[in-house]
Design a binder for this molecule. Structure first.
Ligand SMILES: *Cc1c(COP(=O)(O)O)cnc(C)c1O
Length: 429
């Protein structure tokens, strides 16, 4: 690729450091390479011409890792299953939020998770993971990875260091622990996992098994604005970009960010599995990134009003909102250390059971009854029978997924409009 001039990668003006929200409009893109177009065009192409056969040879040598990169040599564009300008610029911009060295985008969050896990786990390895995790991830670790000889041990989100250490010890008995996988806050209960504990556990394993497992964090719920796991000992951060980053409920995509050392392994796996995103989706996500901070900030503020309304409502039993953690709750210290805000997705329990929850959901007029989260519009769903329906009933209860639980993703509408809708719907409970 003809790389943009250095000025398009400037992250400061003199000594003044530029913030990610500022850089989302320009970083990594040189208009002079595209007829002066202010916005990055959609490079809707499957393949790229080489100037010379020698150049094509050099590009392939780097892409297939046949030799080390020469100083100042940039990998060239070859074919859109390997790389594409829209996706490369998007990856550079995405990495800025998490202060990551490198990033990768995928055709879905699940593609990001599966490709990353397959990059670091081999037959005989063990994955230690928090519970509950996203339904697709749960299916992957319970049903698909075992077919390739990869075992799993889970620990409950919201539990203390002993639970993490216990799971790691059990994992060691089964084989080499290759990955510690964490989803925090957990979906749908917002229980937190202490990332420092996971980092310490990984360090302990580095000594006992001679290999540090990677700490991999699915940061879809609070990231990238309200939680940056790389600052707290994580090695890789994963996203369903479908949610807050895409933010308009109109694309499916995923991301993986971290040090180039690890990312290069995932990049190689992505090339072969073919799980990269496409130019048009990349372009849409760049557009989304320009308003990411505005959207996440607005939704976060709205969610506080909505959570407070629900907490005061006589038909609501419990609200699992991070902003309501008591300071004597052991989770509070974890929250203060690793989260910057409670975000805007949380669940609440009405008095009663499934019937009461359904009556509420069926009466909603403005809030859409749909799974997913992080969009501009508010969404509500019933975890017990929808997103978490494949979790057996007794396990659902252990995980805090009661029949009366409703999950809400608060959007950027006027908060009083969302509250008015919930208020009329709660009358049916
Ligand atoms: C949605 C989601 C995923 C899966 O992402 P897709 O883009 O739907 O493949 C993974 N993890 C979490 C926490 C999610 O919410």
């Amino acid at each position: 690729m003809r790389k943009p001039r250095k000025s398009y990668r400037h992250r400061s003006i003199g000594r003044h450091h530029l913030r990610p929200e500022t850089l989302m409009m320009s970083y990594g893109y040189d208009p002079r390479l595209s007829e002066g177009s202010v916005k990055c065009p959609i490079f809707q192409t499957s393949t790229f011409t080489f100037k010379t056969a020698e150049e094509g040879k050099a590009f392939f040598e780097l892409a297939y890792g046949l030799r080390e990169k020469r100083p100042a040599e940039d990998p060239g564009l070859i074919y859109s299953r390997l790389n594409n300008p829209d996706l490369e610029i998007l990856e550079e911009r995405l990495a800025l939020w998490d202060k990551a060295e490198s990033g990768l985008v995928f055709c879905s969050g699940m593609a990001a998770i599966a490709t990353t896990l397959l990059s670091f786990l081999s037959p005989g390895d063990v994955i230690v993971h928090s519970e509950p995790v996203y339904g697709g991830t749960e299916f992957l670790v319970h049903n698909i990875l075992p077919r390739f000889g990869i075992k799993r041990v889970g620990f409950l989100a919201g539990s203390d260091a002993k639970a993490v250490d216990g799971a790691v010890r059990e994992g060691r008995k089964l084989g080499r622990v290759g990955v510690i996988f964490v989803e925090t806050p957990a979906n749908p209960t917002n229980d937190l996992v202490d990332l420092r504990q996971c980092d310490l556990a990984a360090e302990g394993l580095a000594r006992s098994q001679g290999h540090r497992p990677l700490v991999v964090v699915d940061n879809t719920f609070l990231g990238p604005l309200w939680q940056q796991p790389l600052d707290h000992g994580a090695d890789l951060v994963l996203y369903s970009l479908t949610k807050y980053v895409g933010g308009h409920s109109d694309v499916i995509a995923g991301g993986c960010l971290g040090a180039e050392e690890h990312i290069s392994a995932v990049r190689g796996m992505r090339t072969i599995l073919g799980t990269i995103s496409d130019p048009h989706t990349g372009w849409l996500l760049m557009r989304s990134l320009e308003t990411l901070k505005l959207r996440m900030t607005s939704a976060m503020k709205n969610a506080r009003y909505v959570a407070e309304f629900l907490a005061d409502h006589p038909k609501v039993d419990k609200v699992h909102y991070l902003g309501f953690l008591d300071d004597d709750d052991p989770q509070f210290e974890v929250y203060r250390r690793q989260c910057l805000s409670p975000g805007s997705t949380f669940s609440f329990q009405v008095f009663g059971g499934e019937a009461e929850a359904f009556r509420l959901l069926n009466r909603l007029k403005l809030v859409k009854l749909a799974v997913s989260l992080g969009g501009t519009e508010s969404l509500a769903e019933h975890p017990g029978s929808m997103t978490h329906s494949d979790v057996p009933p007794d396990e659902q209860i252990t995980l805090g997924i009661t029949p009366a639980l409703v999950r809400l993703s608060v959007g950027i509408e006027h908060p009083e409009d969302v509250i008015a809708d919930l208020e009329q719907a709660l009358k049916a409970v």
